[in-house]
Design a binder for this molecule. Sequence first.
Ligand SMILES: [Ca+2]
Ligand SMILES: [Ca+2]
Length: 346
Amino acid sequence: MGVIKRYQHGMALIIVLMLFAILSTLAMEILFRQNRFLNRADNLLQWDKRYQYAMAAEVVAQQGLIDDLQDDIKNNAQLDDCVEEKWAVQLPPTPYEDAFLSASVQDLQGRFNLNWLIADSPDGFVRQQDRVRELEQLLDEILPDQSNPGRLANEMADWLDSNNIVDEAEGAEDPEYRDRRTPNMPATHESELRALLGFQATDMPEDPMAWGLLTALPPGTSLNVNTAPQQVLNAVVGSLAGPEGVKAIIDSRKEEPISDIGSLLAMPVFSEMDEEDRDLLNARLGVSSEYFQVMVDVEVDGQLSRLVTRLFRGGGEGEPTAVVSRQVSPLLTPLEPACNPFYNEE
Ligand SMILES: [Ca+2]
Ligand SMILES: [Ca+2]
């Protein structure tokens, strides 16, 4: 009898010990999970905090753009340039509560619009071979030597045009891609260039800022001669009016912003041009902008976020200012300079 009782005591002790071991493991697991949960919640909270700060900065930049437009309407001179304008700002890292905010605003209409390669017609999106050559010229200037800008420009046109025919000697439509389809419609972002069949990792521009020379806006959007960097003017104006035409624009905007295209084209270098070419420039160039980009970097406790917002600044009552896209992107490059990259190069 006594033996059994002792044995039962022994069993009870083992069970208690095991239970204790299980409980302490459980407690460890709970602590570990709680800790992880708290870290995750804290990371999310911090991320959201940086996002809200960035959104606040975006609203301030947006208001700056609206104020500028209202000023212009009041002064009856609608133009946007990189020198005298309030919107073309660069905010250096500025402390705000527990964060550092930096921001800059760019004019997307000073960039080469990939969608110029097509024209919207009743037959769909029709490629514009002259524009393809302009893109080729620009890519030749910004891509590494071993790239093939002619092939990429023609593939871009096939990517955008409505037909499924490779129109030129070089190009690519659906049958060439196999694993993906061409959209056959305007691009929504310049990074679509990287989706082209012929684009290789080695084709990335040596200076990542060169992406800031390209954009994707509606096909008929004009180029703002007051904000376009020289490389873009070389492609668009230089192809019709030669380097003298580009120089005339850069020289005259140094004095003061170009206020209308009519008087610009009355300058000898343009007035001596073929009338058809001059009309073309007249239709493609402008002195003001509707599409802008706001870049905001936020740092809290050494953690960073970047928000890139693209805006349409409506002109009239029925055309309110609207966000076209928002992109939270990793910080792989410095903040783009205000106005446009390379604008102040010379
Ligand atoms: Ca085609
Ligand atoms: Ca096509």
